[in-house]
Unconditional design. Sequence first.
Length: 159
Amino acid sequence: MVENPNMALIWLLAVIVLLVVEGLVPGLISIWFALGALAALLAALFHAPVWLQLLWFLVVSVAALAVTRPLVKKYVNSRVKPTNADMLIGKECVVTERIDNLHGTGATAVGGKTWTARMEEDGQTAEIGEVLSILRIDGVKLIVCRQEAATVRAPLSGR
């Protein structure tokens, strides 16, 4: 097979483009392929045939991806921390505005703050003064249910 003298330039451009893409896009997207292109560039500089350069590109890219992706995923996404609002889950709240999912109304008071609230099941409503349990937070809304339902659900959900 005839060696192509332009392959070193092509691999160098690939490394540069992949690194620029990596720098512009949030998250790790192309770093593994940049490493593969670097390996192929080195092979091209040593006058390896094009098929071997491509093999080096694929092998190094896949190996880098397989070895580092799980570690990167673990440490990059590990910064998600619960907020103070998460402490409300499992607590009681008092209905301050009738909760009706179908009409998009409802508010509760908990810890001296008023929250928009929705019942867990669409067909249910709750009246002013009723005491409910907080199941979860969906955006800025509390998802609530009657205390009997929360008690039945607690062993299943681990709460």
